[in-house]
Ligand binder design. Structure first.
Ligand code: ZN
Ligand code: ZN
Length: 374
């Protein structure tokens, strides 16, 4: 699992920056202000080692070359990013006014999209320096900017999914009964790293009644024979995300667990089968939800069916009622219905799925039947 992906080239990054500037114009924006975070990594390959109060911002407009305003002490790091060759660097020293400097790159009455994760102090600084400029959320203005993955991105997502699958195969053989959830969570994190993840984002181990809380991560509860255990884990490998869930039974499952697990398994299958080019995102949610509702658990499926994945583990498109965005070839997202019975148990099954003209393809391919662990 140690094969290195083919690196993205400065041409790849230049094409993304051009496409983004064009998409901004099509969305009625005069440009984009991109601060450190997933968009900056995707656009330039630049991931500052520390995100600080010093302003770093990529200014993208349709008619001028991409420009990174960067603290002078971080300039050499920024210049070593793979996308740097086609980016003009404008550095600033402590004591300079980086907002005024950024202002010279933006038209006086421009409407700019700005990264959702930009610090408030940076947006406030820009507002002071550029009183005529207005700002929009980048994600709300261009929700599908990063949603269609190119083949090199899909190769990374495949590799991340395979690493998560290898982690699941191995976790089936560790002891569960008598250990704390946090012990199994530590095993998951260790295995993800052994399989090449540089970052672990979450290791959910929801045993027994804790499984009924979809946001439960892992706690001190000691896992018992007879528990259902929701496992949901993922992170980043070579900069791209993994995210998969399976629910296992500690010892022989109860009739109730068998029944609920089968409902969720069929719902997950229906959701994946509904993921076709041209179908709306909400169709995936509806297909999965219908089976759960028909089985009488409609009010116990308390979250959307899925989310996109790429340089982050949660991003558009969202598989949710009301999202009419059509699926396009190369989109990549989770299908993860669940049923949650308070005080009793939870079941969730999740695969990452991509679509092309031939239909849906699961990136996670481990056994989805109810596996028994010890
Ligand atoms: Zn998950
Ligand atoms: Zn997920």
């Amino acid at each position: 699992m140690s094969t290195e992906p083919v690196p993205f080239t400065s041409d790849d990054y230049a094409a993304r920056m051009r496409r983004s500037a064009d998409a901004a114009r099509a969305a009625g924006l005069d440009g984009l202000l991109v601060t450190p975070g997933p968009e900056l990594v995707w656009l330039t390959g630049y991931r500052p080692t520390a995100i600080t109060e010093r302003l770093t911002v990529l200014v993208l407009t349709p008619d001028s070359e991409p420009t990174l305003v960067v603290p002078a002490l971080e300039r050499s790091d920024a210049e070593s990013a793979a996308g740097a060759p086609t980016v003009r660097m404008v550095d600033w020293l402590d004591g300079d006014d980086p907002f005024a400097r950024t202002g010279t790159l933006v038209a006086p009455d421009a409407t700019m999209g700005i990264s959702d994760s930009a610090w408030a102090m940076h947006l406030l600084g820009l507002q002071d320096a550029l009183p005529g400029t207005s700002y929009r959320s980048l994600t709300q203005s261009l929700p599908m900017l990063r949603a269609v993955k190119d083949p090199a991105e899909l190769a990374r997502l495949d590799a991340a999914a395979q690493a998560a699958d290898a982690t699941y195969e191995q976790i089936l053989h560790v002891p569960f009964a008598g250990r704390r959830e946090t012990d199994v969570a530590a095993d998951l994190a260790r295995l993800l790293r052994e399989h090449g993840h540089e970052q672990v984002d979450f290791t959910v181990v929801g045993s027994g009644p804790n499984g009924a809380n979809p946001h439960h991560e892992a706690g001190d509860r000691v896992i018992e024979v007879g528990d259902a255990v929701v496992l949901d884990f993922g992170g980043l490998r070579h900069g791209y995300g993994s995210d998969t869930s399976r629910t296992v039974s500690v010892g022989e499952p109860s009739a109730r667990l068998r029944e609920v697990h089968e409902v969720v398994r069929l719902a997950q299958h229906a959701g994946v089968e509904a993921a076709r080019v041209g179908a709306a995102c909400q169709d995936v949610d509806r297909a999965a939800r219908r089976l759960i509702a028909d089985a009488g658990y409609g009010d116990r499926f308390i979250h959307r069916t899925g989310h996109g994945i790429g340089t982050t583990t949660h991003e558009p498109p969202y598989m949710i009622e009301g999202e009419e965005q059509p699926l396009e070839p190369g989109m990549c997202f989770s299908v993860e219905p669940g049923v949650y019975l308070p005080g009793e148990l939870g079941v969730r099954i999740e695969d990452i799925v991509t679509v092309d003209a031939s239909g849906p393809r699961r990136l996670n391919t481990t056994d989805r039947s109810l596996r028994v662990v010890e």
